[in-house]
Design a protein around this ligand. Sequence first.
Ligand code: NDP
Length: 309
Amino acid sequence: MSARILSGKLIADAIKAEVAADVADLREVHGFAPSLTVVRVGEDPASSVYVGSKVRTAEELGIVSEHIHLDADVTDEELIATVESLNERSDVDGILVQLPLPKHIDEREVLERIDPEKDVDGFHPINAGRLTQGYPALAPCTPAGVIEILNRSDIPIAGRHAVVVGRSNIVGKPMAMLFLKENATVTICHSRTKDLAAITRQADILVAAIGRPAFITGEHIGEGSTVIDVGINNFTDSSRANSMFPVDDVDKRLATIEKRGFTLVGDVNPKDAMEKAANFTPVPGGVGLLTVAMLMKNTVEAAKIRRGL
Ligand code: NDP
C-alpha cells in the first residue's frame, strides 16, 4: 500500500483564498482592513524567516501588517510595555510575539500580557481555558491547521481514536482539545508513556508533535491509519537516507543534503508511513504550511469579534 499524500499547500492556498475574500469584504462593506503586528526579539535566524513569511503572507491577503523588531537585550519591562501599547491601539487586531524569546525573558509573563482578544497565536491561558471548556476561542494555529487538513480531506474525526504524541501548550495539548471538540476519542502520549508503540498502533489518526527526527517508525503506525506529522527537524545523515525516504524520494533528499547540509524531516519516518498509513502529511509541504494560513484566519476572526461582527 502507498499512502495518499495530504498536500498542505493545496489546503493552505484554499484557506488563504477564503481569508483574502473575507478581508476584501471587510474593506468594502465595513470600511476597515484587519491588522496584525508581529513582535520579534533578537536575531534568531529561524524566527527571522518565520516572521518574514507571516508579514509577507498578511500583505498578500490584504491584511495590514507591522513588524516590530527589538534588540536581544530588551528587558521584560520594555517588552511588556510594547505589548501593552499594542493592546491599547484600536488599529491593531492581532498581536503575535514570535517564540522562542531570549533566555532572560519570562516568556509566560509576556504571553499572559497580550489582550486575549488580540491573541492570534491562541497561547493566552484565557483562550486555552475557553478551548478546554469547549467555548469559542482563538485556537493555536498549528493544531487548528491539522483539523482543517483532516476536514478538507474528508477524513472523519468523530468517533475515531486520535492519538497525540506530545503534550506541549503550543501543539499537543490544544491538539487533543480540538480533537475532543470534534468528538474523537483522544489519547495523549508523552516521554513518560509506557509501550508507546502499542498505543499509537491503535490510532485511527496519529499526530506526532515530538521534536525528534523520524522518531515514529513502522512499529508505531497502524495499517490504514492517518498519520499527521507536525515535527520539523534538520536531517543530515546521508547514510540513513535509504531507510528514511521512499525510493522515489531518496535521490532528491541526498541532493538537498549535499547542497544545503540538511534536509527537513518530521517526527515520522516517511518511508514507513508511506508503506503502512492510508493518509500521510509530508515534511516539508504538510502541516507547516497550514500554520501561517491559520494565523491569517485567526487575525480576521479577531478583527471581526473585536468589532462585534
Ligand atoms: P516540545 O519540545 O514543547 O514538546 C515535545 C513533546 O514531545 C513533549 O510533550 C514531550 O514529552 C514529547 N516527547 C519527547 N520525547 C518523547 C518520547 N521519547 N516519547 C514520547 N513523547 C516524547 O515541542 P513542540 O510541541 O513545540 O513541537 C513539537 C514538534 O513540532 C517540533 O519538531 C517542532 O519543530 C514542531 N512544530 C511545528 C510547527 C509547524 O508549524 N508545523 C509549529 C510548532 C512546532 P514530555 O512532555 O514528557 O517532555
